[in-house]
Design a protein around this ligand. Sequence first.
Ligand code: PEP
Ligand code: MG
Length: 843
Amino acid sequence: MVGLVFVSHSAKLAEGVKEIAEQMTRGRGMIAGVGGIDDPENPFGTDPVKVKAAIESVYSDDGVLVLMDLGSALLSAEMALELLGPEQAKHIKLCAAPFVEGAVAAAVQASIGASLADVMNEALNALAPKQEQLPPATIIGSTVESRQVPAGFAPETIKQILTILNPKGLHARPAADFVNTASRYPATITVTKGTKTADAKSINQMTTLGAALGDQIVVRASGPQARQAVAALKALAESEFGEQGERNPPVTSEATALAGDTLEDIQGAMAGIPASPGIAVGPMVHYRSRMPEVETRKVQDPQREIEKFQAALSLAKKELEQLKNQAAQKIGTKEAAIFDAQKMFLDDPALRDASKEKILTRQCNAASAWREAIDAMTQKYRELEDLYLHERATDVIDVGRRVLRHLIDHDLPPLTFDRPVILFAKELTPSDTVQLNPDNVLAICTALGGGTSHSTIVARALGIPAITGLGEDILTWPENEIIAADGTRGRVWPHPTQTQLAELNALRDKWITQQHQAKRLAQAPASTMGPNPRTIEVVANIGGPHDTKSALDHGAEGVGLFRTEFLFLGRPQPPSEAEQFQAYCQVADAMQTRPLVIRTLDVGADKVVPCLDMAAETNPFLGLRGIRYCLAHPQIFKTQLRAILKAGTGHNIKMMFPMISTPEEFDAAKAILDEVAQELKTAGTSFDENMEVGLMIEVPSAVAVADQLAGRADFFSIGSNDLTQYLMGADRGNRQVNHLVNALNPAVLRMVAQTTRAARKAEIRVGICGELAGNPLAAPVLIGLGLDELSMSAPNIPGVKTAIRHCTVPQAEKMAQTVLNFETAQQVETYLKKEIALNHPLH
Ligand code: PEP
Ligand code: MG
């Protein structure tokens, strides 16, 4: 008789399903239920060893069918098969059937002595009775390829019903992942939810489906690689779009709860939506931004208008790329991904093609066509009931405005203030919010919006209290009145009395003190647990002097990467030696005795710096990038080297060359440096004669000859962003190959291991400054591989320090060795999530 195993994250659920199945067959089956893990504090999960034992308990050569509930249960079942070995595994089938209905159907079929194939088929079709009873527009459940395809679809159409399991549903990030995945396949793919159908390659159509937690969507694919596309989308949905366990960020934090409790008693407040915690008292100012008016004009040459439109889209895309890099430094890489999602709007056929069609058919100007497409899309989002998706309208407006700025003359009022203020606006876009300086924007109050917009995510990351949804009346409040705002409770006091102000100010002080206490924890160095702890240096990536405060506030122990190309942006001429010297000294002064690693100019490819002479290249990513540009432009290089060497006097500055591919290149750069040092010496100028000089490992050839480079350099810093792109041969900005650009890929991790070994042997320090360093999940692996230093955008520092403090060196080494033997980044990620949850439930 075929045996059955039901694998669930919950021991109770596994037992319950087993009980129902046994009831149906009056105990005539060979059934095992297995679920949960041996951790009293966090019992939910699945354990491959337990799954193996359960399979063995019902195993016979007739076979075993295994049903699993969610995501990682499948991984555990797959691992169990590996543990059992190929001989037994060939008699075992893992089945995608619905967990409860499938279990019952399989049990009944197995109990009558059916074959493994028949039992599996029965389980896979277990939803048919329910589907027949419900009207087609609300079909619920999973379907299989063997089922009849709906009328109107070619026979080769693959259909799959997916359940949305992540808490916020198909919001921007998961929808972007969905579109990215779908776009990798040539197949035509549509997604239906209820009566709405979307093109799976359109970000806007996908998000406006409004798929929320628990909703089911029908994916239909036809044409080349349809089957692979559906399988990939299914895997993505089952992995909960990488958001397992994520919940809406709580607006009330430990640090603010106390203040919030007392505020309830203060009278005279008007209520809004709490969007970012904290209390502020100060003068209010209005920020009045709007979509620009666009007049519709007939054009003589629509083709020319389309070219203008394309150019505007490209410029907007470049700006978003730059904004994302800047935002990553300011608010963290995860939050900065908001701008990646916005970039996808620019490629979205629902906006781009609709605009082009209007230009062609109506012979109208690009600005009016784009504005119309944006308005229609904004309206669609606004009509959605799901609050989270409703708020995506602001992202559409943000992107819309960005493109329009390149089509018509339109400037926005500046968002800088010469004194601390409370900012009032109808609504703020993410691009607006990311520009704000928390030192003089005490709080944000908006008429529209909820608690889940991308702008509020940015406000939270910046630590600016925010209240949204206050209604349009606030737009008429007189400027400069002293008001009070509480982002924790979503309250604003338009006319606080002196007594109320005193009380609110006291609460604000208390809130600030609590915040400082939390930050103090991040200020301490991070060492691993256990008998022989290892201290890992955690430092920040910065783009200029303005980033040092945030770096130190977040607990940076220095700067591991100063991306000096940011000093060259937004100006007509490159910065002079004096200007650079001043910027380097300013950062070094802020760091006091902490180390500061200044990377020499890294331009080329996606890092376009308009004030530099950069010729167009056919293949710029493989062209004059990083150190190659500097070697080809020695005057620009020498100016920078002089400024860095001079700033080294009295400061703890190190220098680092980017994109070194060969020892020869390092030698050439070093020779120019020696020449500059000699010139300074001759001129009697003071400079740091013993400055350490390191290099970035971000090209695979550098890894291959890391031993030769290690003999020349004082330290290595691994640039995992570029290393991943060049190793995988996949452009880090091209969403078609985005699935390959994952630094957790074992191929990349092996490169990190090889680099670290070479550094160890030569007894030089080795750090990492790509995004991998800021991922708390990767921290144990990086420690286990032997890295001395992790450098990341400031907001990631506290999380990474916590991750370091929660693992022992032997655990980290074991995890590092394990992941080097996996085959995919997904396996690495799943394993690390599980290990971290098992060993130290900190996430
Ligand atoms: C990297 O490539 O990992 C890196 C840190 O450099 P950048 O992201 O500035 O290219
Ligand atoms: Mg790089």
